[in-house]
Design a protein around this ligand. Structure first.
Ligand code: NDP
Length: 241
């Protein structure tokens, strides 16, 4: 029986590439999304991957959403915590709302989603929790105190979880991308990309979502059972953690 993988924010950007890569690797994949029905329905029609709508920032919605995925597809063996947002602002101008929104979607969600699947994984003796971090959680970034804190938090969360799941063959790892060509990065003006971002990337280009998809497939596999608590950095050499 194919293992079941659930990808949050799995209908667009990096998450869509992760969903497709896992499907191509033989997983039964479910993709969660928040609100962009058009993108989600197009993605489902193009890939045959079912989509499930709820906010990962809402614990009760996570419980109900995962129950639906499990009833329709089966118990979740691989959870990819990919959904994330930015609300950038210099710290002096950052509002409490910008802080809370990013914490809720990028950090609270890790607890909410993992809480719903971790004990089942331990009981069944197999699990993979893969969280998408960020280079900016490793090195910090001007205008992203909220985002950098949440993404650094993902690394601490993962290291603790790795210790709790290890005996049950439940691994927890982070994939920390650098700048990847998705809607999130397309929001950065081209002139800023050319003058500020690209010169910092030794390989001289943005990453492709598929390159992150391949990292996740590697960590999700049976053969990755000895890798836990780690952060796999995929940033074109921008920051060597
Ligand atoms: P996109 O903005 O392209 O896509 C974000 C996805 O997350 C969408 O599917 C969106 O759903 C979903 N999402 C947002 N909020 C929620 C929520 N509350 N509940 C459920 N789903 C939600 O982002 P990227 O693909 O660029 O980023 C994916 C991950 O990679 C994020 O965690 C991001 O922080 C991280 N990352 C991205 C980098 C980049 O360069 N792009 C670099 C480093 C890390 P919907 O379609 O419904 O809006």
């Amino acid at each position: 029986m194919a293992r079941v993988a659930l990808v949050t924010g799995g209908s667009r950007g990096i998450g869509a590439a992760i969903s497709v890569a896992l499907k191509e690797a033989g997983f039964q994949v479910a993709a969660n999304y928040a609100g962009n029905d058009q993108a989600a329905n197009d993605f489902a029609a193009q890939t045959g991957i079912p989509v499930f709508k709820w906010s990962v920032a809402d614990f009760e919605a996570c419980q109900a959403g995962i129950a639906k995925v499990e009833a329709e597809i089966g118990p979740v063996d691989v959870l990819v915590n990919n959904a994330g947002i930015t609300r950038d602002s210099s710290f002096s101008k950052m509002t409490v709302e910008q802080w809370r929104e990013v914490m809720a979607t990028n950090l609270d969600s890790l607890f909410f989603m993992t809480k719903c699947v971790f004990d089942g994984m331990k009981k069944r003796g197999f699990g993979r929790i893969i969280t998408i971090g960020s280079v900016n959680g490793q090195k910090g970034q001007f205008g992203q105190a909220n985002y950098a804190a949440a993404k650094a938090g993902a690394i601490g969360f993962t290291k603790a979880l790795a210790q709790e799941g290890a005996r049950s063959n439940v691994t927890a790892n982070v994939v920390a991308p650098g700048y990847i060509a998705t809607d999130m990065v397309k929001a950065v003006p081209q002139e800023v990309l050319n003058s500020k971002v690209l010169p910092q990337i030794p390989v001289g280009r943005l990453g492709e979502p598929e390159e992150i998809g391949r990292c996740v497939v590697f960590l999700a596999g049976e053969g990755a059972g000895f890798i836990t608590g780690s952060t796999l950095t995929a940033n074109g050499g921008q920051y060597m953690a």
